[in-house]
Design a protein around this ligand. Structure first.
Ligand code: COA
Length: 261
């Protein structure tokens, strides 16, 4: 698929940079943007040379200022449900990638923007970022996962505070409540994201993927099932070549060279 509303670049270190590219509309998510994002996340999943992803927005003002309100305004209930399901599917594709991702939140992350950011593995925000779920101000509720992922990240009370007031939080407050993992100057944001990913990419890829999967399985299925999954995945990780290499490298006091096998 060729893209009209997003930019897709992959560098030699295996990091794909996906940029929502509608700066004149503060990168609002039209249906067409969502289709392209889903395609980009599929591409990241299927391309063995891509090992990680950064998602960001074009320009210096907004990450993504939400779903495109001009489209929302015209939807019937049946269309609105399908609209929500398409966005949920695209964001779930990002969330379930067996590769780490970072949302580089470079400004407003409102509504669908915050929902997109919450589907990434971690979030790093620029100092000017504002994050919120303002849907109730428009007479709707979040439809791309906001009511589900926000309480998982910040807890029920803080999530409801944000969901019911519709008021955004600053980058500093988002960091304090665990909504973002770090805050960086805007000029440094992508470098900080790349630096974090390069630390992760130095680790054993299969172990990284299994750790992500175990966290998500446990959060969905509960502690008992999560612990069972963890033990089974631990067994799988212990059978990898990377495990032999990692343990041997430690004992030989050298840096491990992981093959992802
Ligand atoms: N959908 C469609 N267009 C949007 C948009 C959205 N979610 N967010 C911003 N835009 C458009 C504006 O309509 C405007 O377009 P125009 O220049 O053709 O009039 C352009 O982007 C710039 O936005 P503007 O509102 O002029 O910028 P601002 O600096 O005054 O305000 C915001 C910035 C983010 C506070 C404001 O744009 C806003 O509240 N956006 C909607 C946020 C929202 O409710 N998102 C959830 C949707 S479910």
């Amino acid at each position: 698929m060729s893209y009209s509303h997003i930019l897709f670049e992959a560098d030699e270190s295996g990091i794909a940079l996906v940029t929502v590219n509608r700066p004149d509309k503060l990168n609002a998510l039209s249906g067409a943007v969502v289709v392209e994002l889903k395609d980009a996340f599929d591409r990241i999943a299927n391309d063995g040379a891509i090992r990680a992803a950064i998602v960001t927005g074009a320009g210096e003002k907004a990450f993504v200022a939400g779903a495109d309100i001009s489209e929302l305004a015209a939807l019937s209930p049946v269309e609105a449900r399908a609209y929500a399901l398409r966005g949920q599917e695209a964001f779930r594709r990002l969330e379930t990638l067996p590769k780490p991702s970072v949302a580089a939140v470079n400004g407003f992350a409102l509504g669908g923007g915050l929902e997109l950011a919450m589907a990434a593995t971690v979030r790093i925000a620029s100092e000017n970022a504002r994050l919120g779920q303002p849907e109730v101000k428009l007479g709707i509720i979040p439809g791309y996962g906001g009511t589900q992922r926000l309480p998982r990240l910040v807890g029920r009370g803080r999530a409801l505070e944000m969901l019911l007031s519709g008021e955004p939080v600053t980058a500093a407050e988002a960091h304090r409540i665990g909504l973002v993992n770090a805050v960086a100057p805007q000029s440094e944001l992508l470098n900080v994201c790349r630096a974090w990913l390069s630390k992760v990419l130095a680790n054993a890829p299969l172990a990284v993927a299994l750790a992500m999967e175990a966290v998500d399985v446990g959060l969905d299925a509960g502690l008992e099932k999560g612990l069972q999954f963890e033990a089974a995945a631990f067994g799988v990780s212990a059978a990898t070549e990377d495990c032999r290499e990692g343990t041997r490298a430690f004992l030989e006091k050298r840096r491990a060279a992981f093959a992802g096998k």
